[in-house]
Design a protein around this ligand. Structure first.
Ligand code: GLA
Length: 730
């Protein structure tokens, strides 16, 4: 007992002693990255290092940003991990609060650290900080995924003041970088032109990427970014940070280059119109900021994200995905039961797994025949669908395919029975003329009664039709007319509580229907945050299905998401591209069709059937394999990507000539990720019926070494030409 006390006292003293000397380090690491934090002698927490993993812990004290005796003059280099407003750090704070007495300052001091091993690969570190003057606490959370080299970070804020406090900054995390140059790649867009990648150098001051759209938050910019440290982000070399915020609502990234050329990256909820009133004892949990730091360019960073998402984040990340036929572009609102039955037969002929019924099936008093009415009335329209949803599920079963359905349950049309019953459920201003986006309003998800109703839409359909196999969950409007009748004088809680309400419903659905595959859709690809993807198996990348546009859009989303999560459909957009070109593009993701078979000639039909069966044969490689982006569409007239399985014995290479110039010089494409010692057979597949491969090496065998060093001449000077090449180890 005595020895125990002596040991305990010693342990306490030694921690205290090293803290006083400014030498207590907290190490947060994956197999490749170290984030090293230091408790300095002032009791505050600083970031000393974020970079490639260090071998010797004994050298932490020598790191240039270590404070204390090693770097006595280092005070100007202080990089506080969670800096607060009102302190001597004159840059953008991570945290700002108004205390009960009106004071606007906080200083957070280190209290303790807790480390939890979740499994052999995953570790959580929680760092407790508190203000010594006000009863305010912040817990910083970090979860590391060692093998995938991914780190999640978020914070929890709480207090014990007498009355609610107002927090006006509540970052998920703040990170510092130290490089001679910083280049930011952002992903901006609009409806039907998502994720355009543009890169710019950051110099002194701030660049902010944020959104104020509320629920279709990612319509103008997506919740992720890349930073090239030293030089522009490259595919296969250089140090890059790739980060994303798991938040379906307004988000904000602030990139600030400070006086000593540190780059400060602050990620979190956008505090716009959201000074949050936090009650005593209530815990404010920020969304997760998820990042990877790669020293082999964005290609490796993307693969880190893809593997991690499949292993840990995406709903049914390891499971299979269904191919489908969707009727949106094939029919728009004009269909009835008979036409749908015909389409189901076409789906069967095509060989896909499922028929997905889109918008236009609901509304009784106000049947949905255009986008102006009926959202909220989720009953099948009797004169269109006399047998209702049960009849359709039954027909699909008889045809030998599964049946899925589209809903947009967070929305309300003024012309609906729901609005007649519950006008106060809509987010809309009582004293101004409403502004409508796509003729609709957004339901107030901060209201628990609305959450119950929205959950009930899916629950009722599933209860009545337990064999429903799939949901496409849409959200076509940003929040307009920002006013919640439910929140009354607490309007600044609306954006945050609304987003939390949406997640609450997603969570309830997943709990009750854990095996139900669901597609996240938001007027195209305006929703794709990794928190939502816990509840969704996939997302719709864009309403733009022109295959040329899709090459860019899919290139953009592939930076962060595995192909398994990205839905791509073959449609009639851009008919100057052949059905083969359109299908070859969609096959790089989760394949679907949204086209009438009766628009195709027999050869095209045959081609599509062959493509579906090829896809089924190697979809594991595409959906679960490693992606190598070989030639960027941003770099010229051609593009190529490949997927390879874990054992490196099967790969599929996709090559596209977009708009090549006359007689232009063609370069080889060098596959990556192969085993140099293995021999691989090259075979062009997905050819039009009766067509022969134009590749003079088709059917030949090459070593992985040769292929990766010399490459293959797969490009041509024909416009809108595509090739799918199977690479198989012998
Ligand atoms: C959105 C979706 C489309 C389709 C329509 C239906 O635009 O992105 O795929 O479902 O809504 O109205």
């Amino acid at each position: 007992m005595k020895t125990y006390f002596i040991l305990l006292a010693f342990a306490f003293l030694s921690v205290f002693h090293s803290e006083a000397a400014g030498e207590k380090f907290i190490r947060i690491s994956t197999n490749e990255t170290d984030l090293i934090l230091q408790v300095a002698s002032d009791g505050r927490l600083y970031q000393t290092y974020l970079g490639n993993k260090l071998v010797n812990e004994s050298e932490f004290g020598k790191l240039p940003y270590t404070l204390g005796k090693v770097n006595p003059g280092a005070s100007v280099l202080k990089r506080e991990v969670y800096p607060c407003s009102g302190t001597e750090d004159y840059f953008e704070p991570a945290f700002a609060i108004c205390h009960n007495d009106g004071n606007l300052t906080s200083i957070l001091k280190y209290v303790s650290t807790e480390e939890k091993r979740i499994d052999g690969n995953v570790t959580e570190t929680i760092i407790f900080l508190k203000d010594e003057v006000y009863p305010v606490e912040v817990k910083l959370h970090y979860i590391t995924f060692a093998k995938e080299n991914i780190i999640k970070s978020w914070s929890e804020i709480s207090h014990k003041e007498k009355k609610p406090v107002t927090i006006s900054r509540y970052a998920s995390s703040m990170l510092y970088f130290d490089a001679p140059h910083y280049f930011l790649t952002e992903f901006s867009g609009e409806w039907a032109r998502e994720v355009n990648m543009t890169t710019q150098e950051l110099s002194f001051g701030k660049k902010v990427i944020d959104t104020k759209l509320g629920s279709r938050a990612g319509m103008l910019t997506s919740p992720f970014f890349e930073i090239g440290l030293g030089k522009e982000p490259q595919e296969n070399s250089g140090e890059v940070l790739m980060g994303t915020i798991s938040w379906i609502g307004n988000f904000q990234f602030t990139f600030e280059v400070d006086n000593i050329k540190n780059l400060r990256v602050i990620s979190g909820i956008n505090p716009y119109a959201s000074n949050y009133e936090l009650k005593p004892g209530e815990v404010f949990t920020t969304p997760e900021f998820i990042f990877t730091l790669s020293n082999r360019g964005v290609g490796q960073a993307s693969r880190n994200f893809h593997t991690w998402a499949r292993n840990y984040q995406l709903k049914d990340g390891k499971g299979d995905r269904m191919t489908l036929l969707n009727n949106w572009e094939a029919t728009y609102f004009s269909f009835d039961q008979e036409k749908l039955k015909e389409l189901m037969k076409e789906a069967k002929q095509l060989g896909v797994d499922m028929f997905l019924l889109d918008d236009g099936w609901f509304g009784n008093k106000y049947p949905r025949s255009n986008d102006r009415t009926s959202l909220g009335d989720w009953e099948a329209t009797p004169n269109k669908l006399p047998g209702g949803v049960p009849e359709l599920v039954k027909s699909a079963k008889e045809t030998g395919i599964k049946f899925g359905i589209w809903v947009e349950p967070e929305m309300i049309s003024v012309k609906s029975e729901l609005y007649e019953k519950h006008p106060d459920w809509a987010i809309t201003l009582p004293n101004r003329t409403p502004y409508f986006f796509r003729n609709q309003l957004v339901l107030d998800m901060s209201n628990p009664a609305v959450q119950d109703y929205v959950f009930g839409v899916v629950d009722k359909l599933m209860t009545e039709n337990p064999e429903l196999a799939f949901f496409k969950w849409d959200c076509n409007s940003p929040i307009t007319n920002i006013y919640s009748p439910y929140l009354k004088d607490k309007q600044n809680q609306l954006y945050i509580n609304h987003a939390r309400g949406v997640y609450n419903v997603f969570n309830r659905i997943k709990n009750k229907y854990p095996n139900l595959p669901m597609m996240l859709c938001s007027g195209g690809g305006a929703r794709c945050d990794y928190e939502s993807l816990k509840y969704f198996t996939e997302f719709w990348c864009s309403d733009n299905t022109d295959p040329v546009e899709r090459l860019y859009i899919q290139w953009g989303f592939s930076q962060f998401f595995p192909s398994k999560a990205m839905c791509a459909h073959v449609t009639s957009w851009n008919k100057s591209a052949s059905i083969k070109f359109r299908t070859d593009v969609a096959m790089m993701c989760k394949l679907g069709f949204d086209i009438r078979l009766n628009e195709m000639n027999p050869n095209e039909k045959l081609y599509c059937q062959g493509a579906v069966s090829n896809y089924n044969r190697f979809k594991k490689v595409i959906l679960d394999g490693d992606l190598y982006r070989l030639v960027s569409p941003y770099d010229g007239n051609h593009t190529a990507m490949m997927y390879i399985n874990e054992t490196k014995d099967k790969a599929v290479l996709f090559a596209y000539d977009i708009f090549p110039r006359f007689d232009e010089k063609l370069f080889t494409v060098k596959p990556e990720g192969l085993d140099p010692g293995k021999k691989y057979k090259i075979e062009e597949i997905n050819l039009m019926p009766g067509a022969k491969s134009s590749l003079n090496f088709n059917g030949e065998t090459f070593s992985g070494d040769y292929l990766m060093k010399v490459g293959l001449k797969v490009f041509s000077t024909s416009k809108l030409n595509s090739k799918v090449i199977e690479i198989t180890a012998e």
